[in-house]
Ligand binder design. Structure first.
Ligand code: PMV
Length: 312
């Protein structure tokens, strides 16, 4: 079984979580850590799931029910019915599952890839894999924007925008390596709940939401230009500004804010929460390896788990 062909990447959202749900452009970077999936057909009907993925404490227990729904949705989307022919799925890889890293999308995309290669040939196109991942993601959060499964499927640094039809996305070119430190608060957030809460607040006060959206739209427009020019200092300032907007949206929390402040104090040129928020992850932009190491050391004193990655 060609397990390496089932890899699906984790991701970090550099700009635009939550607002991407309402068709704002976002920028997402896939990281090199991945989830993979081995698929075995069984003699008896039934579904067995073996989850060997590394994870932050409590993540897997808290996401178990949503994960079961997501797996079921992906299987049925691709016409696999374990009540007719039994299936064992073994999830692994080096992506440490934590809220905000796109672990749910990586899981369902790796499952779609496993189904694609399970008969020894790649039977699904990349777009079909991405579409199956999107269906699966609905199990984890009812109305996903599609940003996570797209990054999990295609990798790279992407500009992504949801539309009424299929999403629009393209690779962003950038001249210099982008060094990142990211840290988990150790709190697993429910994306469905936080996205639903933002929706209620928006419906209660459309003017408030439109004002945040306007400021974000000009911010992300500049971020694209700054990325292409390789101006890390300005990129960092824009990440700080995006964090401010997420605070206004009420999706940050004290734990995230404390990590963001600590990262800036340790030399990061910018820092923000990334993903769902109210727990989950934050990320910091660190211009050199030295700063990357000192920011990681500072965050290790506060956060249960800290990682380094580079988009290159
Ligand atoms: O926390 P994550 O990695 O699942 O990211 C969710 C991103 C949101 O913008 C909050 C939701 C979405 O569907 O885009």
């Amino acid at each position: 079984f060609p397990i390496d062909q089932t890899r699906a990447f984790g991701k970090l959202i550099l700009f635009g979580e939550h607002l991407v749900v309402y068709k704002a452009p976002a920028i997402v970077g896939a990281i090199s850590a991945y989830t993979d999936c081995k698929l075995e057909y069984l003699d008896e009907p039934g579904l067995e799931v073996v989850d060997n993925r590394p994870a932050v404490p409590h993540y897997k227990e808290e996401k178990k029910d949503e994960g079961d729904v997501a797996i079921g949705l992906t299987l049925s989307h691709l016409g696999v019915d374990p009540s007719i022919r039994g299936v064992r799925l073994i999830f692994g890889g080096d992506l440490c599952c934590a809220s905000g890293i796109g672990a749910s999308a990586a899981q369902v995309v790796s499952l779609a890839r496993a189904i694609s290669v399970s008969n020894g040939t790649r039977s699904l196109t990349e777009d079909e894999i991405n579409a199956a991942g999107y269906e699966g993601e609905k199990g984890y959060h009812g109305t996903p924007s599609g940003i996570d499964n797209t990054a999990a499927t295609f990798g790279g640094l992407l500009r992504f925008r949801r539309t009424d039809g299929p999403p629009v996305f393209e690779k962003v070119k950038f001249p210099s390596a982008i060094r990142i430190v990211y840290a988990s608060t150790g709190i697993t957030a429910s994306t469905t709940k936080v996205v639903g809460d933002v929706r209620s607040r928006k419906e209660a006060d459309e003017a408030w939401f439109a004002n945040i959206m306007d400021r974000y739209t000009s911010l992300v427009g500049e971020a694209e230009k700054v990325l292409e020019a390789g101006d890390m200092n300005r990129l960092g300032e824009l990440m700080d500004a995006n964090h401010g907007l997420l605070q206004e949206l009420t999706v940050s929390c004290k734990e995230l804010d404390d990590l963001v402040v600590a990262a800036r104090a340790a030399g990061a040129v910018g820092a923000k929460m990334s993903g769902t928020g109210r727990g989950g992850l934050m990320m910091a932009l660190t211009p050199t390896e030295e700063v990357q190491n000192s920011v990681a050391a500072a965050l290790e004193k506060l956060a249960p788990q800290v990682w380094k990655t580079t988009f290159a």
